[in-house]
Structures are given as structure tokens and as C-alpha cells.
Design a protein around this ligand. Structure first.
Ligand SMILES: NC(=O)c1ccc[n+]([C@@H]2O[C@H](COP(=O)([O-])OP(=O)(O)OC[C@H]3O[C@@H](n4cnc5c(N)ncnc54)[C@H](O)[C@@H]3O)[C@@H](O)[C@H]2O)c1
Length: 262
């Protein structure tokens, strides 16, 4: 084996273990991207608190006893956000990484969007991230630092027609991330966000029966000619969650097959 290959393998091994013993909290962990993040984090040696509105999130705990703890509930409910962060401390002793990923959407023209619908989207996508960030800051500060990754969207920077609430919520999330990065810097806390293009998950399944098929139809809108697989989004989240990105904070990383480069 050449020296170069040995070096590459050594680097790969260290990357494969780069979250060893880290404690990661992932919201929306029962969904496509969240589940891929959890699986990637576990492969890299982490332990995880997995949070979701869907009780199916408990399956992850059953699959990985001792390494995964689940919290079922609405992440935008203050008590649930507090409980989720506290679970990391009580079950695993600390919280190293928060991945604020839970999200919802709405596809309606502006004039058809009710105040209640607007509030629901902003609540799930922004309020949950704020509450979790606040709670994570409290214990990360005490423990000497941490790392927060938000799952934004291409709509963090560009408009989605018939997506006023969703687009506004993902823009707000990006701005929350920047405040967390600036306030967190002196506490040893990094904060970044990713902005995925369209991803092959069940994200639209609750609003249209052909949700996944519909998402796939967006492939041609991405210069790479296809939509993303959840694992490709998880890889970007885990890059930001690990030490390879140690000088990256306050960044919104496009993971969108070139969608926003057009
Ligand atoms: N799929 C895409 O095309 C796409 C594109 C860009 C960004 N995103 C973002 O990725 C994130 C994950 O979405 P996904 O594509 O994996 O969809 P998904 O529907 O597979 O997963 C979302 C998960 O969030 C959970 N959730 C919803 N509301 C919640 C709440 N109040 N509290 C806790 N959990 C809640 C759902 O139960 C679900 O398991 C979202 O923030 C979404 O906005 C998705």
C-alpha cells in the first residue's frame, strides 16, 4: 500500500470517528433528513437524543439501545424543547451538537394563506429553533462550548412562489443562525446552517398524496439535473457538526446541486 493510500485511509478513519463520544440532539429525527443525520452521527461514534412529533422516532431508540434516547413531542412547545436539551445532559452527561432540523411547509398563494397557517409554519420552523438554541446555549456555555447546525433551505435566500410562510421562516432561521454564531463565538459555540435544494423525502406527503413524486419532478431545476438524497444533506450537516469545519461559523452552506447559482 502506497504512503499516499495509507495517509488517505488514516484520514478516512479519523473522519469516520470524528464524532466519537459526542452527544448530538437532532429534531425532526423521524423524517428523511433527520434520520440520515442520526445514522451518520452514530456511524461517526456519536450518541444521540432524537426528537420528533412522530412517535415513530422511538424506533431509533429501539434500534440503538444505550446510544439513542428519544423525545416525542412538538419541538416548538417550550416544555418539549427544554426536555429535549435536558435529556442530553441527564442521559449522556452533555450536549455537543444541536441539529435543528424539524420543519414543515405550506404551498399556497399569499392571498390564500391564513394567519393561522402563517403562524403554524413560523412556529415549527423558527420558534422551535429559537427555543432549542436558547436551551442549548445554557448548557454548552457551562460545558465550554458546542456546535449548532440549522437545516434551512434554498428558500433561506431565494423565493419559492406559493411559499410565503415557508420562505420567510427559512430566511428567519438563517438570521437566527447568524446571531447564534456571533453571540456564541466567545462561548466556544459555533453555529451554521445548510440550505438544501429539493430532497427526496416525505416532506410534502402530508400536503399532497404524490408528495415524493412531486419533489422528484424538481430535478431538472437543479443544474446537477436531479434532487438530493437525504444522505447527501446529512454529510453536509455532519461536516459542520465536526471538527473539520472548526473555523466555520455564521455560514449558510448551499447544498443544492447549483439551484441558487442560476
Ligand atoms: N425535502 C426537501 O425538499 C427540503 C428542502 C429544503 C429544506 N428541507 C428542510 O429539511 C428539514 C427536514 O425535512 P425532511 O425533508 O426530512 O422532511 P420530513 O417530512 O421527512 O421530516 C420532517 C420531520 O420533522 C418532524 N416535525 C414536523 N413538525 C415538528 C414539530 N413541531 N416538532 C418536532 N418534529 C416535527 C416531522 O414529524 C418529520 O419527521 C425541514 O426543516 C425542511 O424544511 C427539506
Amino acid at each position: 500500500m502506497s504512503k499516499q493510500t495509507q495517509e488517505r485511509d488514516r484520514n478516512r478513519i479519523s473522519r469516520d470517528e470524528d464524532l466519537a463520544d459526542r452527544v448530538v440532539l437532532v429534531t425532526g429525527a423521524a423524517g428523511g433528513i433527520g434520520r440520515a443525520v442520526v445514522q451518520g452521527a452514530l456511524r461517526r461514534g456519536a450518541r444521540a437524543v432524537v426528537q420528533d412529533l412522530s412517535p415513530s422516532v422511538t424506533e431509533l431508540e429501539a434500534e440503538h439501545p444505550g446510544r439513542v434516547v428519544s423525545v416525542v413531542g412538538d419541538a416548538a412547545d417550550e416544555a418539549v424543547a427544554v426536555k429535549s436539551v435536558a435529556a442530553a445532559r441527564s442521559q449522556f452527561g452533555r450536549l455537543d451538537v444541536l441539529v435543528s432540523n424539524a420543519g414543515t411547509t405550506l404551498n399556497k398563494p399569499l392571498t390564500a394563506t391564513s394567519a393561522e397557517e402563517w403562524d403554524r409554519v413560523m412556529r415549527v420552523n423558527v420558534r422551535s429553533a429559537f427555543l432549542l438554541t436558547r436551551e442549548a446555549f445554557k448548557i454548552m456555555e457551562q460545558d465550554g462550548g458546542g456546535n449548532i447546525v440549522y437545516v434551512g433551505s434554498f428558500t433561506s435566500t431565494v423565493a419559492l412562489a406559493e411559499g410565503s410562510a415557508y420562505t420567510a421562516s427559512k430566511g428567519a432561521l438563517s438570521q437566527l443562525m447568524k446571531v447564534a454564531a456571533v453571540e456564541g463565538a466567545r462561548l466556544g459555540i459555533r453555529a451554521n446552517a445548510i440550505a438544501p435544494g429539493v430532497v427526496d423525502t416525505g416532506f410534502l406527503n402530508h400536503i399532497r398524496p404524490d408528495g415524493q413524486e412531486y419533489l422528484r419532478s424538481f430535478g431538472a431545476a437543479h443544474p446537477l439535473g436531479r434532487i438530493a438524497q437525504p444522505s447527501e444533506i446529512a454529510d453536509a450537516v455532519l461536516y459542520l457538526a465536526g471538527d473539520e469545519s472548526s473555523f466555520v461559523t455564521g455560514a449558510l452552506l448551499a447544498v443544492d446541486g447549483g439551484y441558487t447559482a442560476l
